[in-house]
Design a protein around this ligand. Structure first.
Ligand code: GLA
Length: 660
């Protein structure tokens, strides 16, 4: 890191040399810090260039020094109490073609110290400075105004930290979750009735699929005071339920649709619910997968201890009782192939079969990751040319879920393989190959495509030759509100392609990077979208708020709704949006979203939701009935937050998938 002495620093040094006791100050040019730690809503922040790589230029004035970024953006700097002052000019880069609006802010230890107000394109650069004496961490934040992030090319010009004489440690840029941004409004009162009832209650999927002849495991997700005793009437031949654990295991004999009457008895009562079992080829993931994945928290630092810890935590924190059941290892578990071509497992993991057995012993399911290309995205061996062998290895380890990530396959498709491919063939070929391999393995393995939405995957991912259970619709989600909302609110157009057995996947959850109200937006939107809910966090560090939100059975019930209709946007007014999806019992789930920076009222209007007359409204997060409303329900929604409603009168008490 360079420290650049400016004239002030030189003067102070000179005075000190001359024996005059003034404070010695030195300035640090902030663009010299490690900008890979800085987040941006588009592309990557650059030193001394605009975010698109041109000269930094605001209102016709060019600057040699600064940072070009894109809202929403944050740079967190640990200053360790060594800095006294921050100063910069801020503005929207001229490359934004006269569009864009950004608010620049400086935070010190989470407190707002200075704001530019809304800056528009062509505004002259504005001076932003703050006394940061004593602060441990500061954050430079550039946020979109309430109109979305398009064209928000945000420049920090000549950004300078003044360091005090003591400065034994140098300031350092750090990755930090959304330190600053919206007003710190209290989250919605989701704790009000968060305690699970002592009476037994059955949660999670109402419909589960399996292939006859292959091992089956479904642990009935149940809350309530124990000891609980489980029973099931109508289980097809080959399956049994363990009365103490509620694990349904065995192997289904023949294809068909079976209605199983589940019953759970405890000291505080009895719960009953129908579970539909659909047995046949390619019938997995009748509802979106719920679970955990290592990538968004550990990246390549994943190891067996962490996976076992996540397994244990899903159980001990009660998430399993609400329906979470997959434990998925992402990239970075592999070692080079053995002489016979079998995929190796690196030293961070022991026996994969033992790990699989451990996960299954808890009633949970085991997921793994590979690429159809020769290399995974992190550079490990992919499955190219070894698909059958890999599928057999996975089956022998007890793998229940495969995420298959395109990564290096482009090189194969472009001609490094036997034949160059184009059009739809290019997109489908690698996934059809692995589908055949999975069909040849002796185990049910949920098939998750990860190719970032290329070739409108939602239009062909469910074709019989692919039979994907889910497909990523976007690039990678990042640890920020901007990334989550950019992805989530762009999902309306392909809603119709999702359904039982084949889901749109807008990528995994990033709850630990978000503020409470933003977490509610993430979960409200993802469950409305019928998205897989794969927790990407270190569960041992999850806050009570996050765990309560994840354990909200009504939110999960919407995500797992057996009709499988994904939500669509019904209205957009300024920075607010309304989304809804129909549910199996005739009610609808409605999300009221506020993407703006201040609390505002958002209205769900019957005319936009296809409703008429007086309708009962239930608050999903607070878990209480709000009474009947006519024509609309208008509620306050906190900045970056969401209200989650169920509207309508249920027309049935239990679900059975007759004739599905
Ligand atoms: C890609 C995927 C991510 C993750 C990494 C692993 O970027 O989109 O979800 O699996 O690869 O390398």
């Amino acid at each position: 890191m360079n420290r650049v002495l400016t004239s002030r620093g030189i003067l102070a040094s000179a005075l000190l040399v001359a024996g005059i006791g003034v404070a010695h100050a030195a300035d640090l040019n902030v663009e010299t810090l490690d900008l890979s730690k800085m987040s941006a809503g588009w592309q990557k922040p650059l030193a001394n260039k605009s975010v698109a790589g041109a000269d930094l230029k605001v209102a016709g004035q060019t600057f040699a020094r600064g940072i070009g970024t894109h809202a929403d953006s944050q740079l967190a700097i640990n200053v360790f109490g060594t800095a006294t002052h921050f100063s910069a000019l801020v503005g929207i880069d001229d490359e934004a073609e006269g569009k864009g609006s950004v608010v620049f802010e400086i935070y010190a230890d989470g407190k707002l110290k200075a704001t530019s107000g809304v800056m528009h394109a062509n505004n002259k650069p504005k001076r932003l400075e703050a006394d940061i004496t004593g602060a441990k961490q500061i954050a430079l934040v550039a946020q979109s105004n309430d109109d979305g992030i398009d064209y928000d090319h945000a420049d920090w010009l000549e950004p300078t930290l003044t360091l005090n004489d003591a400065a034994p440690v140098k300031p350092v840029a750090v990755e930090a979750p959304n330190l600053a941004g919206v007003d710190d409004e209290a989250p919605l009162p989701i704790f009000a009735s968060a305690k699970p009832s002592a009476e037994p209650q059955i949660h999670g999927a109402r419909v589960v699929g399996s292939t006859p002849g292959r091992p089956f495991l479904f642990a009935v997700p149940t809350t309530g005071e124990g000891p609980l005793k489980f029973s099931a009437k109508g289980l097809p031949t080959g399956l049994k339920i363990d009365a103490d654990t509620g694990f349904i295991t065995g192997t289904l004999g023949s294809a068909g649709t079976y209605t199983v009457a589940l019953e759970v008895r405890g000291p505080r009562g009895v719960a009953r619910r129908n579970l539909t079992l659909i047995a046949g080829a390619h019938k997995l993931a009748q509802t979106p997968p719920l679970g955990w994945n290592s990538w968004n928290i550990y990246y390549c630092g994943v190891d067996e201890d962490k996976v076992r810890a996540a397994t244990d935590e899903i159980v001990s924190l009660g998430l399993q009782k609400h329906g979470f059941r997959y434990v998925n290892i992402d990239d970075c578990w592999q070692a080079p192939r053995l002489a016979d071509g079998t995929i190796g497992v690196n030293t961070k993991f022991g026996e994969m079969k033992a790990l699989g057995d451990y996960i299954h012993s808890k009633g949970l399911l085991f997921g793994i990751y590979s690429s159809p290309g020769p290399k995974t995205c992190a550079g490990y061996d992919g499955s190219y040319g070894h698909e059958d062998q890999d599928a057999k290895s996975y089956a022998s380890w007890g793998v229940d879920y495969l995420k298959h990530d395109w990564c290096s396959y482009g090189g194969v498709a472009d001609g490094n393989g036997p034949t160059p491919m184009d059009g739809l063939e290019r997109q489908k070929h690698p996934y059809a190959t692995m589908r055949r391999a999975l069909d040849g393995a002796s185990r049910d393995i949920v098939y998750s495509l990860c190719q970032y939405g290329m070739g409108d995957v939602w239009k062909w991912g469910a074709d019989p030759d692919i039979s994907a259970n889910l497909w990523r619709t976007t690039g990678d989600i990042g640890p920020s509100y901007a990334s989550m909302t950019n992805i989530g609110f762009a999902q309306s157009d392909h809603a119709l392609y999702a359904g039982p057995g084949h889901w749109n996947d807008p990528d995994m959850l990033f709850l630990h990077a978000l503020k409470p109200n933003e977490q509610l937006t993430h979960l409200t939107l993802w469950s409305l979208l019928a998205a897989p809910l794969l927790i990407g966090s270190d569960l041992s560090k999850a806050t009570p708020f996050t765990l309560d939100a994840l354990s909200n059975d009504e939110m999960i019930d919407i995500d797992q709704d057996p009709l499988g209709h994904a939500a669509e946007r019904r209205a957009q007014r300024g920075s607010t949006q309304v989304w809804s999806r129909p549910l199996w019992n005739g009610t609808i789930a409605v999300g009221l979203f506020n993407l703006g920076r201040a609390k505002t009222k958002v209205s769900a209007k019957w005319i936009e939701l296809g409703l008429r007359g007086a309708q009962p409204v239930r608050d999903v997060w607070a878990r209480h009935d709000m009474g009947r409303f006519t024509d609309e329900v208008a509620l306050d929604v906190p900045a970056h937050g969401a209200q989650y409603l169920i509207i309508g009168t249920p027309n049935a008490a239990d679900y059975t998938a007759q004739g599905r």
